[in-house]
Design a protein around this ligand. Structure first.
Ligand SMILES: *Cc1c(COP(=O)(O)O)cnc(C)c1O
Length: 399
């Protein structure tokens, strides 16, 4: 089939829940992608912050291949060696105490919400607790995750959602304080808001929220699904602020392409939270994803990916700041490490479509932000290659 035929067939068969770019990707190499016409692209999207190791890590690929030959799936009625290794590794890098593996980010959020509710239920002896979430947040598409996602457009058709959720303004501590009451069991937020437009938490805000939580035995749930796994120049973004969550969610780069998520908690939460019968999953944490997670973390540590992100992230930041200076319609640059956003006064969708034509894969966030979440293994040369294409595209908009 050629490109047109793939697209026509896809639009007949797949439920139309995405307005997709008119490209059919076939393979990846290093930090480049190739479409079915053989055209080469430099990838600054990483499948939405997933493919952190790029596409040519043989050690990672071989670990997956070996596990395919051994055992793909066994169910959580039994133990399996890869998930034991994965759990140990993810605990070690996060200093959290207990982990539950899921199949996606939204399921990690579901588990985190259930864990928080159960913690408060065990403590108080009754249910009906409330959760504070943030405006312009994104936590996923399942009903529970949507309930804490502060985006009316995503929610409207599916109301009523889970009750007992109130929305505060991100980076506005007073707006959080105003919502806290005796029934509040958890505050959930992304350490760096991703879909909402790449907004890092301010240090004052996240520390203030941590304090509110400590004073009221409220659990702080940090969603690190997008900003975690080295992306911000720390293994987890919260490590850069000197706070620690009670519950953390992961997915996206955790498996670098294998569908896996996780929610983790401290022993304090685990001790009075989910017990046998409270939660489960058929696939979650099977041997295949376990092999992926433990290998990903091994490679991250061995190759010191976090240090690399600090260095290349600073270079990307500088490069993007250059665009802000050069073009009037580039109004802001925000982000940490290799999670960067450029706010533009032109259509970011048109910019990204034009970039694709010229061989650069880049995505958007919010309604006015270009989002840069490349594989974490990109080099400064790759940043230069991206910048040359972006500059070409921006020049068209400047005319
Ligand atoms: C992508 C994302 C999710 C949802 O993850 P899925 O795997 O798509 O369900 C949740 N939270 C954040 C911050 C995300 O970026």
């Amino acid at each position: 089939m050629n490109k047109r035929e793939y697209i026509d067939e896809a639009e007949k068969d797949l439920l139309h829940t995405y307005n997709r770019y008119q490209i059919v990707f076939e393979k990846g190499e290093d930090v480049h992608l190739f479409d079915t016409d053989g055209k080469k692209y430099i990838d600054f999207a990483a499948g939405i912050a997933v493919s952190a190791l790029g596409y040519s890590n043989d050690e990672y690929k071989n670990a997956l291949k070996n596990q395919v030959d051994k055992l793909l799936h066994i169910s959580n009625l039994y133990y399996n060696p890869p998930i034991v290794a994965a759990a140990e590794a993810v605990k070690r890098i996060s200093t959290m105490d207990r982990v539950f593996f899921t199949n996606s980010g939204t399921e990690a959020i579901e588990g985190a919400l259930k864990a928080a509710k159960k913690y408060a239920y065990t403590r108080d002896g009754f249910a009906g607790h409330e959760i504070i979430a943030m405006e312009d947040s994104f936590h996923g598409r399942s009903i529970g995750s949507l309930s804490v996602t502060g985006n009316a457009h995503y929610r409207e058709a599916f109301e009523p959602l889970m009750p007992g959720v109130k929305f505060a303004k991100f980076n506005d501590l007073d707006s959080v304080k105003a919502l806290v009451n005796k029934k509040t069991c958890a505050i959930i937020m992304e350490t760096v808001q991703g879909e909402g437009g790449i907004y890092p938490a301010t240090e004052e805000f996240i520390k203030g929220v941590r304090k509110i939580c400590d004073e009221n035995d409220i659990l702080l749930i940090l969603d690190e699904i997008q900003c975690g796994m080295g992306r911000t120049g720390n293994m987890f973004a919260w490590q850069g602020y000197g706070v620690k969550p009670d519950i953390m969610t992961l997915a996206k780069a955790l498996g670098c392409g294998v569908p896996v998520g996780a929610f983790l908690m401290t022993e304090k939460v685990a001790k009075q939270s989910l017990v046998p019968g409270d939660h489960g999953t058929t696939y979650g944490g099977n041997p295949f994803v376990g092999a992926a997670v433990s290998k990903v973390i091994e490679i991250f540590e061995k190759e010191n990916i976090v240090e690399h992100v600090k260095e290349v992230g600073a270079y990307l930041e500088k490069t993007l700041d250059g665009f802000k200076e050069k073009y009037d319609f580039v109004t802001d640059r925000r982000g940490l490490g290799l999670m960067q956003g450029l706010e533009v006064a032109v259509s970011p969708y048109e910019v990204s479509a034009k970039c694709l034509e010229k061989g650069l894969v880049v995505i958007t966030a919010g309604s006015n932000v270009m989002r840069f979440v490349p594989p974490l293994v990109i080099t400064k040369t790759d940043v230069d290659e991206m910048a040359e294409i972006l500059d070409n595209v921006f020049q068209e908009f400047a005319q």
